[in-house]
Design a protein around this ligand. Structure first.
Ligand code: FAD
Length: 473
C-alpha cells in the first residue's frame, strides 16, 4: 500500500471509482520491463518500482488519472505490456504506473488503414485487420505476441517488415496519434504528419497516447526460410541482395553469425552446419520460387522452410531483439549492442568490425530499407566482461562510422535514438508542465545543459519544427 498521507494515497482516495492495484508484489511486477537485458541497466534499475498501478477502462478514466495526478503532483509512467528493453517503462520516481492494456479495441479499419486504441496487442490487431480487410501492420516488433500498439509507438523503433518499410521514423509509417496531456484539465491532441515525431519514440514523456492510426500492408501467407552459408560475409551479401529483390514480397532478412545459431537456437540450431552463419527470411508464399537462383548464386544451403503460422518458434522470434533473448536463455553473460551499418559501405564495415572483435562480438544483422537505401542494423551480441570494455566496443563502432543506439542507457538522449531539441522540450512544457510523465527519461528536461558522455553521430528520431498541434477539446 502507498504510505498514508503520500501523494499516491491522496490520488487513490480522490479516484475510488478507478481500478487500482496496490498489492506491493503485483505493483512491483507491473513496474518492471526487460531492462535486465542490459547488465548496466540491471545494476541501475533493479530496485525501481511504482507505488500503485491503475488500469483505466476507457479514455475518460485515463483523463481522470492524469487530472488527479496533476493535482496531487504524482508521477505517471505509461505501460503497455512492459516489453521495452531499455527500461523505458520503469517508473524511476515511483508514483503511478498507468497500465493501458484495457484500451484494446479496433475503432475502425478500411483497406490500407486502421485506427485502434493504444493498449491493443499487436497480434490481436493484425488478426482483426487480416480478417476484416485482408491487411496487417507494415511491420511489427519481434514481441508481436505480447507488445501493445501504443508501447511500440512510444518505446519501439522497427522490426519485421523493415526490409520493405523501414522504421517508425519514416514519414507515413504512422498516420495519426491521439494524445492526452497531463494538466488540471487534460487536453486531447490529434497529431498528424510531421507532428507525430514529437510523441513517436518519446517514452510517454510528453503525453499519453490513447489512439493510433496506422497504414496497413496486404496480409500474405508468410513462409519462414532459413539458409546457411560457410561464412558471415556470404550470408550478409546474400541478405543484402535478397533485400534488393524488389519484386519479391518479404518481411525479414536477418543474419546471425556462427556459432550463435548452433549453440543457442533450440528449435533450429541442429539444422545449421558446423561453422555456418545463417540468413533468416520471411517471404510471401507466392514468391518462394524466385529464391533458389539467388541462394545458389551465393553458395547457400536451404535448411528450413515452414509456413510462419506452423513454425515451432517463428523465425521472427529469432530476429531483432529476440536473437539476444534466445541467447540469454542459455548464456546469461551475453549482452548486445544496437548500431547502424550505413549504406553504401555497410558490408565492408561489417567485415571490418568482424575482423576487429571476432567471437567477442558475434554479428547479428537486420537488413532494412532506410531512407530509400538498403543497409543493415547491427544488434551484435557481446560476450560481456566489464562496462569499460562495453564502452570501448561502442567507441570503436562509432569510430568506424557505425552510429550506436546505446541499449544500456535509459534516457531518450543517452540511448541515442531520439534527439531532444527545443521543439521536444517546448512540447513537453506545454503538455506536462509539472514534469510528471515518466520522469527521469528526458535528460534535457532535468538538465538543459545535458551532454552525452560519448560522441553520438546520429539520432534515428529527429523532431521537425512543425506548427502547433491541433487541439480537439
Ligand atoms: P512498454 O514496454 O510497456 O512501453 C514502452 C514505452 O512506451 C515506455 O516508455 C512506456 O512508458 C511508453 N508507453 C507505453 N504505452 C504508452 C502509451 N499508450 N502512451 C504513451 N507512452 C506509452 N522493439 C522494436 O522496436 N523492434 C523489435 O523487433 C523489438 N523486439 C524486441 C524483442 C524482445 C525480446 C524484447 C524484450 C524487446 C523488443 N523490442 C523491440 C522492444 C519492445 O518489445 C517493443 O518496442 C514493444 O513494442 C514495446 O511495447 P510494450 O507494449 O511492451 O511497451
Amino acid at each position: 500500500m502507498p504510505a498514508e498521507g503520500s501523494g499516491v494515497a491522496a490520488l487513490i482516495a480522490a479516484t475510488p471509482e478507478l481500478d487500482w492495484i496496490t498489492d506491493p508484489a503485483l505493483v512491483r511486477q507491473k513496474s518492471r520491463d526487460f531492462f535486465w537485458y542490459s547488465p548496466v541497466l540491471k545494476r541501475q534499475l533493479n530496485r525501481v518500482t511504482g507505488e500503485a498501478v491503475v488500469q483505466p477502462r476507457d479514455e475518460a478514466e485515463v483523463r481522470a488519472v492524469l487530472a488527479a495526478a496533476f493535482a496531487a503532483g504524482v508521477p505517471v509512467t505509461a505501460r503497455g505490456a512492459g516489453t521495452g528493453n531499455y527500461g523505458q517503462a520503469m517508473p524511476l520516481h515511483g508514483g503511478v504506473v498507468l497500465d493501458l492494456s484495457r484500451l484494446d479495441q479496433v475503432l475502425w479499419c478500411k483497406p490500407g488503414i486502421v485506427r485502434a486504441q493504444a493498449g491493443i496487442k499487436l497480434i490481436d490487431l493484425d488478426a482483426q485487420t487480416r480478417q476484416q480487410v485482408g491487411g496487417e501492420l507494415r511491420f511489427h516488433p519481434s514481441t508481436k505476441r505480447t507488445a501493445t500498439l501504443g508501447g511500440f509507438i512510444a518505446g519501439g523503433s522497427s522490426g519485421i517488415g523493415a526490409t520493405t518499410w523501414g522504421t517508425l521514423r519514416e514519414a507515413g509509417n504512422i498516420l495519426g496519434l491521439r494524445v492526452l496531456t497531463c494538466e488540471a484539465e487534460p487536453r486531447v491532441l490529434e497529431l498528424r504528419g510531421a507532428e507525430i515525431s514529437k510523441a513517436n519514440h518519446a517514452y510517454g514523456t510528453n503525453g499519453i497516447i490513447t489512439e493510433v492510426e496506422m497504414p496497413l500492408a496486404p496480409a500474405w501467407d508468410w513462409v519462414d526460410l532459413a539458409v546457411s552459408f560457410p561464412t558471415l560475409r556470404e550470408a550478409a551479401r546474400f541478405a543484402d541482395s535478397f533485400t534488393r529483390l524488389d519484386g519479391v514480397v518479404k518481411k525479414l532478412a536477418c543474419v546471425v553469425a556462427a556459432p550463435i545459431p548452433q549453440q543457442h537456437f533450440r528449435s533450429l540450431g541442429h539444422r545449421v552446419p558446423e561453422g555456418h552463419s545463417v540468413a533468416l527470411l520471411m517471404v510471401a508464399e507466392p514468391f518462394l520460387d524466385a529464391l533458389p537462383p539467388l541462394v545458389a548464386a551465393h553458395g547457400g544451403r536451404e535448411i528450413l522452410r515452414v509456413p510462419t503460422e506452423q513454425a515451432e518458434v517463428p523465425l521472427y522470434e529469432h530476429s531483432w531483439n529476440h536473437t539476444t533473448l534466445q541467447v540469454l536463455k542459455t548464456d546469461k553473460s551475453v549482452t548486445y549492442l544496437q548500431s547502424l551499418f550505413p549504406a553504401p559501405h555497410h558490408l565492408d564495415k561489417v567485415a571490418q568490425l568482424e575482423a576487429a572483435f571476432g567471437d567477442e562480438v558475434p554479428h547479428h544483422l537486420e537488413f532494412v530499407r532506410l531512407g530509400g537505401e538498403v543497409c543493415a542494423f547491427g544488434l551484435s551480441l557481446i560476450r560481456f566482461s566489464t562496462e569499460q570494455r562495453l564502452a570501448e566496443i561502442m567507441a570503436a563502432y562509432e569510430a568506424a562510422g557505425c552510429p550506436v543506439f546505446d541499449p544500456h542507457a535509459f534516457t531518450l538522449e543517452a540511448g541515442g535514438m531520439k534527439r531532444v531539441d527545443g521543439a521536444q522540450l517546448a512540447f513537453k512544457r506545454e503538455n506536462d508542465p509539472k514534469g510528471l510523465l515518466n520522469p527521469g527519461k528526458m535528460a534535457a528536461w532535468d538538465d538543459p545543459d545535458w551532454k552525452p558522455d560519448r560522441p553520438q553521430s546520429m539520432h534515428l528520431f529527429e523532431t521537425a519544427e512543425p506548427a502547433p498541434a491541433e487541439v480537439l477539446e
